[in-house]
Design a protein around this ligand. Sequence first.
Ligand code: FDP
Length: 342
Amino acid sequence: MDHAAEAHRTDLMTITRHVLNEQSKHPEARGAFTILLNHIVLGCKFVCSAVSKAGLAKLIGLAGETNVQGEEQKKMDVLSNEVFVKALISSGQTSILISEEDEEATFVDPSKRGRYIVVFDPLDGSSNIDCGVSIGTIFGIYMVEHKDDLSLEDVLQPGEKMVAAGYCMYGSSCTLVLSTGNGVNGFTLDPSLGEFILTHPNIKIPKKGKIYSINEGNAKNWDKATAKYVENCKFPKDGSSPKSLRYIGSMVADVHRTLLYGGIFMYPADKKSPNGKLRLLYEVIPMSYLMEQAGGQAFTGKQRALELVPNNIHERSPVFLGSYDDVEEIKKIYAAVEEEST
Ligand code: FDP
């Protein structure tokens, strides 16, 4: 028996243990972040369980629909939002919540306030629920200086100010990917233990990838730089092999593949949607933060995504994110197209 391997297998690094280890590097930390993260993890476990039972429990459908017992059922994204909002408020560590599902920001009651702002999309890729494709929750965390004197200005901060970001993917397994500003780690839910276990330590995205990911159905509306880049992916001029196309249409799943296998994920601006489709605060920024932490890049077509300052909470932004070299190539194409036009 390989005792060393056996000892390793039984020495499980749970997500809580991992965050506590990180916390111990900051003697001034009082555990507030660990408490917050535990509540996010709880939300993820709940949604994971609900998503996996969705067909069975007839949870899918319009809000207000009734199930076989005659009980009113909630649409999965509405349910997920409620779960996260309640978990985050009850953590006692949040002051403002921004959710994709809620038009307005939620300012937490002063008696329950903490030092963190959480921006999140409780169930991203929800158009894929009915056919069982992987979907996920995306979150980003900012810190507030003065929790008693809050305004939306505290939320409208560039991604470089974010202190942590992550996503949980509800797929063939439930995977939580997290960065607290010190690299990226991936945890897989062990359903028998009910714990997220560190399975992907220190994720680094390959420097260059073989996959491009974009909704090609929008090609007729693309700008010149996007069209040129995609043309290069299919017909490389340098004699290299063409890239493969993979597009799930569920951001968490497309970004997760990009992070592990390398390549580029794009949702560009186009003639119909001048700011693209994806939301800056709770989709583009958290995913860009993770990409940079894993050694990749994220670009909006104009600038580094993490430098962009949001003007409103549901603002959209184009994004090109993934392997360092692949994003570098599209940056060069944008610069060349810009120069041609001046
Ligand atoms: P969905 O509409 O299913 O919620 O931002 C939402 C999102 O999915 C992303 O998860 C996904 O990457 C993107 O939209 C897909 O958009 P297209 O259908 O336009 O390709």
